[in-house]
Ligand binder design. Sequence first.
Ligand SMILES: *[C@@H]1O[C@H](CO)[C@@H](O)[C@H](O)[C@H]1NC(C)=O
Ligand SMILES: *[C@@H]1O[C@H](CO)[C@@H](O)[C@H](O)[C@H]1NC(C)=O
Ligand SMILES: *[C@@H]1O[C@H](CO)[C@@H](O)[C@H](O)[C@H]1NC(C)=O
Ligand SMILES: *[C@@H]1O[C@H](CO)[C@@H](O)[C@H](O)[C@H]1NC(C)=O
Ligand SMILES: *[C@@H]1O[C@H](CO)[C@@H](O)[C@H](O)[C@H]1NC(C)=O
Ligand SMILES: *[C@@H]1O[C@H](CO)[C@@H](O)[C@H](O)[C@H]1NC(C)=O
Ligand SMILES: *[C@@H]1O[C@H](CO)[C@@H](O)[C@H](O)[C@H]1NC(C)=O
Ligand SMILES: *[C@@H]1O[C@H](CO)[C@@H](O)[C@H](O)[C@H]1NC(C)=O
Ligand SMILES: *[C@@H]1O[C@H](CO)[C@@H](O)[C@H](O)[C@H]1NC(C)=O
Ligand SMILES: *[C@@H]1O[C@H](CO)[C@@H](O)[C@H](O)[C@H]1NC(C)=O
Ligand SMILES: *[C@@H]1O[C@H](CO)[C@@H](O)[C@H](O)[C@H]1NC(C)=O
Ligand SMILES: *[C@@H]1O[C@H](CO)[C@@H](O)[C@H](O)[C@H]1NC(C)=O
Length: 729
Amino acid sequence: MILRPFSFTISLLLIIISFLTELAVVTALGSASTAAVTFGTATVCGIIAGEPNQRVQCYQHGLNISVLPNASFEALSGGRSFFCGLRSGGFSIYCWETRSLLHSSFSPKRIYFNYNVSLTDLAVGDDQVCAREVDSGITRCWRGGGSGGYPFPLPGNGFKFRSITAGSGFTCGILKENSRVLCWGGNKIGAEIQRQFGNLSVSNLVAGDSHACGLTMTGFLVCKGNNESGQLQVPPTSAFEFSYFALGANFSCGIKRRNGFVQCWGSGANNMSSVADVSFESIVSGMNFLCGLTTRNLTMICWGPGWSNGVNPAPATTTDLRLGMVIPGPCVQTSCNCGICGILLCRTDSSVQPTVTDANIITDVVDNNDSVAPPLRSFSIKRNSSRMLGRQRSGSSSSKHAEKTQNFSLLELSCATNNFSVENRIGSGSFGVVYKGKLADGREVAIKRGETSAKVKKFQEKETAFDSELALLSRLHHKHLVGLVGFCHENDERLLVYEYMTNGALYDHLHSKDNIEKSSSILNSWRMRIKIALDAARGIEYLHNYAVPPIIHRDIKSSNILLDANWTARVSDFGLSLMGPESDQEFMSTKAVGTVGYIDPEYYVLNVLTAKSDVYGLGVVLLELLTGKKAVFKIEEDGTGPIGVVEYASPRIMEGDLGAVVDRRVGVPEIHEAEAVELMAYTALQCVNLEGKERPNMTDIVASLEKALSLCEHSPASLSSRTISIPSD
Ligand SMILES: *[C@@H]1O[C@H](CO)[C@@H](O)[C@H](O)[C@H]1NC(C)=O
Ligand SMILES: *[C@@H]1O[C@H](CO)[C@@H](O)[C@H](O)[C@H]1NC(C)=O
Ligand SMILES: *[C@@H]1O[C@H](CO)[C@@H](O)[C@H](O)[C@H]1NC(C)=O
Ligand SMILES: *[C@@H]1O[C@H](CO)[C@@H](O)[C@H](O)[C@H]1NC(C)=O
Ligand SMILES: *[C@@H]1O[C@H](CO)[C@@H](O)[C@H](O)[C@H]1NC(C)=O
Ligand SMILES: *[C@@H]1O[C@H](CO)[C@@H](O)[C@H](O)[C@H]1NC(C)=O
Ligand SMILES: *[C@@H]1O[C@H](CO)[C@@H](O)[C@H](O)[C@H]1NC(C)=O
Ligand SMILES: *[C@@H]1O[C@H](CO)[C@@H](O)[C@H](O)[C@H]1NC(C)=O
Ligand SMILES: *[C@@H]1O[C@H](CO)[C@@H](O)[C@H](O)[C@H]1NC(C)=O
Ligand SMILES: *[C@@H]1O[C@H](CO)[C@@H](O)[C@H](O)[C@H]1NC(C)=O
Ligand SMILES: *[C@@H]1O[C@H](CO)[C@@H](O)[C@H](O)[C@H]1NC(C)=O
Ligand SMILES: *[C@@H]1O[C@H](CO)[C@@H](O)[C@H](O)[C@H]1NC(C)=O
């Protein structure tokens, strides 16, 4: 039986295990997955990763068994002595009898085919096969196995489900209407499970032989049905602790979201050798054994008293199923040439789409409201999401594109960056290294991979903090901010995925020799430099005045101001607090925030962080734009220094000698530009005032720079006659 609550990159490994041994009774029950188990024929099947089509492959008594048709499947689920697969697209279902081989292959039987009605949630119980219509949520069922194709009782007319799962002789589903559990089938246990769940709403449900477990809206696992072996006795857990479950006859198991380890309960689990320190993407369960797909390399491991694989005496654990790698998620299409991750990438939109994801993926927990559904994996956001996002909406002018932030798997991102290769490395920002990557859908992105120092790890345990910040940041959409495309939060890893900015960092254009010679002539115009200053100021103004709650960037500098394909400047790296330690206090005591040359002196001395610290940082950037000097540099002539651009430029500008410091690469401002450049210079001086309260706010700065830009664009005739004289070299 396969139960996959919230899967992510989890594999649908279809495992069909059966036993030729007389005593074994292994049934595959459960829901759509990449895995399933049968009894009677020790067989394991999976959808194979890394090949162009998602074909199915089985393993039975040491033999590879090919499965026809050699076509692409999106889900598998196993029954008593057969398993079934849902073709990619959901338009047909095939089942295979596993007791006999014909021409060294299992022979297929197609039990459903209709191009007009796409199905999902393939759920095979011991004998029945059910699936849900994608559009309507109505469930269809058949008998599988030997009696394949005959009808199986249906839940009654008009019931629409969000997901379904199958046990021995019963099928249960979560009703769309009210998220309650409804069970049907000839078996009394189904009725009992339904009665015990009563009016409890669940977001996810998985069935075992004679019990079922569901995740409540508050994230707790509750199990109902047969408790003869204590399989309903869920150990004390915190909310959303389990990411995935699988139920056997006399036991239940879950994967812990934090580290991927498996925990089981119920006396049926007593004899299971524990598999310690292995992280799993998904697990599937037979009556008395368990198989899991390892996070590390997507291979399967099986263990438990019922796991013999035809070997006598039964090994405690089998790691070599010779199936190769199995895909870890329900995929429809593949498009990557990158080894094992090829197939993983098919999940291009893992934002919540409950109607099409498979039954056991935990979807939005709070309110099933697609329009505000937070990313898949970040459960802790959800509890407060309505409130938080609601405020964000009302406060944000750009809420109309409140796009969903994708939840990526580590494998996807690894694939996108050629395994985080050195060649893909494009820099290192605060708390992490940045890689250029290409997603399966062709989008170019910049991926920041957080450092996993002990200190940061400690922070990582505070998942709520990470997730809720992420929820806020993912709602920030502004044309002068680099957008957050998605994230990955897997085990100890945290990665943020940003839009890729084709024209790189302002810093490089101003200060790297290569760039100056090659392509930065576009920056060698005062109009362009003022435009960049204004763009950046608008991005920061949005963070300060329109984000809810307001965000202080804390690290404004020219290397965090990036230029997109249109040379529009955008502020990046505003997720600093995501990657950093938890509180400002702690932060200060260990490492001064920000970057030398840009740090607000008031903040440095008083440890008071305000929006005016960003204003200071922007002031330094304005001076860089004016002078072409780095925030801290050595004075070329005598080699002494280093000196800050603030100390260097401020006195001269104040004395009215702007001409002495302006960047000569841009040249003398045209007559009509002179006033604009002066205005930018005076704005910069105000920004770097030692006292925060004397500095202008971002709204003032935006207004000044808008004025400067408009001065630049005006025809020369309308301008004052002031000029800036530049001394000759
Ligand atoms: C299945 O199809 C793939 C191409 O899609 C081919 O490479 C492979 O050899 C085929 N396998 C079998 C068993 O026919
Ligand atoms: C699918 O829909 C078309 C047009 O509505 C109809 O002609 C056809 O018979 C339908 N096919 C099936 C298998 O229901
Ligand atoms: C659920 O049922 C219990 C008693 O069966 C009742 O007290 C409770 O109010 C019900 N809750 C809802 C939300 O209907
Ligand atoms: C299930 O059985 C265990 C002991 O086997 C018992 O402690 C527990 O209370 C039971 N749980 C339920 C929900 O009946
Ligand atoms: C589960 O427990 C029941 C009662 O203890 C027992 O009859 C049954 O054989 C067990 N099933 C398995 C598969 O171990
Ligand atoms: C555990 O194994 C022992 C010895 O192999 C066996 O006697 C016992 O019935 C098993 N218990 C369960 C719950 O399967
Ligand atoms: C896959 O990982 C498991 C557990 O980490 C290990 O035992 C096994 O040897 C690995 N297999 C391959 C083919 O790398
Ligand atoms: C079985 O097939 C898998 C995947 O195609 C391959 O990796 C493995 O080596 C094969 N095993 C045997 C025993 O042929
Ligand atoms: C979903 O959210 C939208 C917009 O916030 C709201 O209008 C609608 O009522 C919500 N629907 C449900 C079922 O909560
Ligand atoms: C949710 O919001 C309420 C009220 O704002 C707060 O008391 C509670 O601690 C929040 N819960 C979480 C999990 O953040
Ligand atoms: C560049 O400008 C064009 C035209 O305004 C727009 O369609 C495009 O989306 C812009 N590109 C970026 C990366 O903003
Ligand atoms: C910015 O400062 C000006 C005064 O310089 C003030 O009128 C305005 O309200 C301030 N804006 C914000 C958003 O604080």
